[in-house]
Design a protein around this ligand. Structure first.
Ligand code: HEM
Length: 186
């Protein structure tokens, strides 16, 4: 997992529960307190341990944690990455470009191979189908963040999970349907 997301998760805990809770997360995860470098890819197992510790320390359910993290993620991302949001002026364009956006970030400094977790499986005039394949099974996070993306762009639509790895599917598949006409790329 790229350092950027690890840092966001840790900052999410610090903002919600304070420095002491963050320290507890490192202890519970059995990970040395560190700040993670934005573009470096860290072992997925380390992120998994930190994620499990965050859920425990925050005293929440995994599903509620995914939703709260999506809210935080979508609160900070448009500010941190204004340029990405500007060049993709609609929910659809943003999501169609998401795999490429993810792929472009870790190129410079990573030592481990990068594997796409989000992919574009298909597109119709009013909908797209996204694939999501990750050991962290954060599809609730993904779906909630897509809902917030609609809000961010002042658009409406809906999002249905067609199949889920938690129910034995090889990957999660999410159909996103758009009420609005497509907006041309900037
Ligand atoms: C400009 C904004 C964004 C940036 C900079 C960004 C960056 C990243 C990075 C660095 C990762 C980790 C990739 C890896 O190491 O595997 C990631 C994962 C992911 N992102 Fe984004 N992202 C952005 C926006 C979004 C949005 C808006 C959504 C959803 C609507 C989203 C959904 C996801 C998902 C589902 C994952 C995979 C999580 C996992 O299971 O590991 N991202 N993103």
């Amino acid at each position: 997992m790229m350092g950027h997301v690890v840092n966001l998760l840790l900052e999410f805990v610090r903002e919600n529960a304070g420095d002491k809770a963050l320290q507890e997360v490192f202890e519970q995860a059995n990970v040395e307190p560190a700040s993670y470098r934005f573009e470096v890819i860290y072992p997925e197992a380390e992120f998994a341990s930190l994620l499990a510790a965050c859920i425990k320390v925050l005293g929440t359910t995994p599903g509620d944690a995914e939703i709260a993290f999506a809210e935080y993620f979508m609160q900070v991302s448009p500010r941190l990455f204004a340029a990405y949001f500007e060049v993709s002026p609609s929910t659809r364009l943003f999501l169609e470009r998401l795999p490429e956006l993810h792929r472009s970030l870790p190129k410079a400094a990573s030592e481990l191979p990068f594997r796409d977790k989000v992919s574009l499986l298909g597109a119709r005039s009013d909908a797209i189908r996204l694939g999501y394949e990750s050991p962290h099974e954060l599809c609730k996070f993904f779906i909630h963040a897509i809902g917030l993306l609609f809000k961010y762009y002042g658009e409406t639509g809906d999002c249905i999970e067609l199949c889920c790895t938690r129910e034995g599917a090889p990957r999660c598949e999410i159909e996103v349907r758009f009420d609005d006409e497509p907006v041309a790329a900037a």
